[in-house]
Design a protein. Structure first.
Lengths: 43, 313
């Protein structure tokens, strides 16, 4: 019983940490230097 | 592809598909505008002058049959071994005096055209790096699945290197609305074909975007059937070399449905061959200096494919 409780506690702590990292982590933002320019065909 | 051909081509376009319903639907849709598109049996195709192989790979055995009947072939195959087998038909195509264009799709295909176009602004080019996001039809999605579990090939400082698919993560920026995606090595034919077009290159790599789920399940059979048409895709080609004695990098990107790009590229190549703008015999790839790459790229852009260049701040 004690083992099961410890496993459950470890799992819940791990999932909480993973959740925080997943939703509060630094995501990829927009390009800060430069950008895309559409190429217009010049025949 | 048939739509691209039907825009200004006056000749008869024969459509053949293993699924007759699909072929009939396509012919009736395009036939309303132009009375040049009709459904044909496999036997009827023997009367054609150019065959565009737009179905799932392998194309090599079918290409051989057409070449032996003196029919030029444009293949959209994106399978490494199939592309190698197609290139091996070079002598046969030369003997029959017909052209065989290998990898005339988005990646490979458009990637070679863009690399050649960008190389004009360099004094010397030594690296080309390609990244692809998205898939076209179901066959393309299945190929993407296989690519992540296969062995990627890349040209690195004078030798071919093999690395496991799904490795080598790199964050690649595609033009909006696609944005940034993690891309990984995959079993893609781009390095083989781009190296053929640019023998002077020292490094060539190709990557494909993938999610964690794609990478985890890549080694298992594709259990969920792919969608009929993928969403918005992206292609990014990075060329490195020297300009005015300095190291220089140019990046160019395409945002469009991958199938749409592949159709436009293969259609434009077929039109160039049909108009006789270039007299080719043997196997070739897009980006090869023997082809009118600029003309093909102009035609592809004219057909509605958006190309964007990355500009520094």
């Amino acid at each position: 019983m004690k083992v099961i409780r410890r496993v459950l506690l470890a799992l819940s702590v791990a999932s909480a940490v993973a959740g925080v990292l997943r939703f509060k982590g630094k995501g990829v933002g927009a390009i800060k230097q430069g950008g895309w320019r559409k190429i217009i065909d010049q025949k | 592809m048939a739509e691209t051909l039907a825009v200004d081509l006056q000749n008869q376009i024969l459509v053949h598909d293993s699924n007759k319903i699909v072929a009939n639907r396509l012919a009736s849709r395009l036939g309303k505008k132009r009375q040049v598109v009709s459904v044909a049996s496999r036997f009827d195709l023997n009367s054609a002058t150019i065959a565009v192989l737009a179905g799932p790979p392998p194309h090599s055995s079918l290409a051989r049959e057409f070449i032996e009947k003196n029919i030029s072939v444009v293949s959209v195959s994106d399978d490494v071994s199939d592309c190698t087998n197609l290139l091996a038909l070079d002598t046969l195509a030369k003997n029959h005096g017909v052209a065989l264009v290998v990898g005339a799709a988005s990646s490979p295909g458009m990637s070679g055209l863009l690399a050649r176009s960008m190389s004009k602004s360099f004094d010397a080019v030594d690296e080309v790096h390609v990244a692809l996001h998205g898939t076209g039809g179901p066959a393309c999605a299945r190929q993407h699945h296989r690519a992540l579990s296969g062995q990627s090939v890349g040209w690195h400082d004078g030798e071919w290197i093999r690395r496991p698919g799904g490795s080598g993560r790199e964050l690649c920026w595609f033009p909006e609305p696609v944005g940034a995606y993690d891309c990984y090595r995959g079993e893609l034919p781009d390095p083989l074909l781009i190296k053929k077009a640019f023998p002077e290159l020292e490094r060539v790599t190709a990557r494909v975007s993938a999610t964690r789920r794609d990478r985890v399940f890549a080694r298992l059979p594709q259990l969920i059937p792919p969608q009929a048409e993928g969403g918005m895709g992206g292609l990014r080609v990075e060329v490195r070399g020297f300009r005015d004695g300095q190291r220089w990098v140019e990046v160019i990107g395409v945002v469009e449905r991958v199938g749409q790009v592949a159709g436009a590229v293969s259609g434009c190549v077929a039109k160039i061959l049909h108009h006789g703008d270039v007299k080719l015999a043997g196997a070739t790839v897009l980006g090869d200096s023997a082809l009118p790459n600029e003309k093909i790229l102009h035609d592809v852009i004219d057909s509605g494919v958006q190309v964007h260049a990355f500009v520094r701040a």
